[in-house]
Ligand binder design. Structure first.
Ligand code: FAD
Length: 337
């Protein structure tokens, strides 16, 4: 494949990551964003589905906007392996030559995308938070935080194709399901054998989570340095539980060792868009706001009436978290009773 012969490459592809037959949530976000890019370019939005016995997912991908689904069904691809999947994806790309490939910046996407980009000798922008088509030349403008989140860099891949990116989960708008949508399916036979796969997955051990992941939660109760100590998160967890939500945190509390890094919201943490975000004792630094300001409704509790968090809040409560939160918990418990 001559990857510098740009004119040969067409269409926008979304890698339809699935685990044990379930699509990862970011795929619906990629299809939402991919639709916009494909429409701007006047090309097809396609999904690439790789696995074994996952044919049932094809219809879902079409309902969420795929005009065409490329489908690789091979029992050697039942479980994810870097070798197996990179070989399958590269063969599909070499045959059908997409112009853009989008993947979720999940553990699998972060592992797979660089392998493919390097095998195809093309560029990759990892962890994008913004994508757009340049109106002048149709190139993909890929934006991501750089230098530890201190500036946003917009990157292009001018000489080679495909243009590849991984996209942060939780950032892009989800595609809307349309059960009237139709699309075509193309099955791809890949040339792959057991000896191509150097790793063997012996067992998949799922970590038992006692809390909903940040990106899946409709309600996030988030704590900052204003809660004073790690114990404060117990009170916030109680509020989150009453609301059926989960815990978030500012980076300062993570750095203080009060809560796990997986809970950090912000530019160097997770980007979230819950229906309700309650910021408790969080000042509202720009890096924190970058990760939560698209939430449906923001409630802020802070003793300082001039805290920047109030600038993005829909409802602001000027007060001490240790006075306000217990009252909220009691009120909400009464509602539920
Ligand atoms: P503070 O700024 O100390 O604010 C504490 C707040 O609590 C204050 O507003 C205070 O008025 C209020 N308060 C005090 N007591 C009470 C009380 N009893 N009741 C109610 N309110 C009270 N930060 C992130 O969060 N996420 C990121 O991803 C992130 N990435 C970063 C990347 C870079 C490159 C840099 C330089 C910084 C980053 N930061 C990030 C850090 C960020 O700049 C702030 O330092 C951090 O968000 C502050 O956390 P905080 O609001 O908990 O603490």
């Amino acid at each position: 494949m001559d990857n510098r012969d740009i004119k040969q490459f067409k269409d926008v592809w979304v890698f339809a990551e699935q685990r044990q037959g379930t699509l990862t949530p970011v795929v619906v976000e990629l299809l939402g964003e991919g639709r916009k890019l494909a429409d701007k370019l006047g090309v097809k939005l396609c999904a690439l589905l790789v696995g074994s016995k996952v044919k049932d997912l094809i219809q879902t991908l079409i309902y969420y906007g795929a005009d065409r689904v490329y489908f690789v069904d091979n029992e050697l691809l039942e479980k994810y392996t870097t070798d197996g999947y990179s070989k399958a994806v590269c063969q599909a790309v070499e045959k059908y030559k997409p112009e853009i490939i989008m993947m979720g910046a999940t553990h699998i996407g972060r592992d797979l995308a660089p392998r493919i980009a390097s095998k195809l000798n093309t560029g990759l922008t990892a962890d994008c938070t913004g994508l757009e088509i340049d109106p002048e030349d149709g190139k993909l403008r890929q934006t991501r935080p750089a230098f530890g989140g201190n500036l946003m860099a917009t990157i292009i891949c001018p000489e080679t194709r495909p243009q590849m990116c991984t996209v942060r989960p939780g950032v892009m708008d989800k595609a809307i399901k349309d059960t009237n949508k139709t699309g075509e399916t193309i099955e791809i036979e890949v040339d792959i054998s057991q000896k191509d796969i150097r790793t063997k997955v012996l067992e998949i051990v799922k970590i038992k989570r006692d809390m909903i992941p940040l990106t899946d939660a409709d309600v996030i109760v988030s704590g900052g340095m204003g809660i004073k100590n790690a114990e404060g998160f117990k009170m916030l967890k109680e509020l989150a539980d009453v609301l059926g939500g989960t815990l978030g945190a500012s980076r300062a509390t993570v750095d203080a060792g009060w809560i796990d890094k997986s809970r950090q919201v912000g530019q160097t943490g997770t980007t979230v868009r819950p229906k309700l975000y309650i910021a408790c004792g969080i000042s509202g630094a720009i890096q924190h706001l970058a990760g939560m300001q698209e939430s449906g409704m923001i409630v802020a509790i802070n003793t300082n009436p001039n805290a920047p968090i109030f600038e993005v809040a829909d409802y602001g409560i000027v007060g001490d978290v240790y006075e306000v939160v217990p009252q909220l918990i009691e009120l909400l418990k009464d509602e539920v009773r």
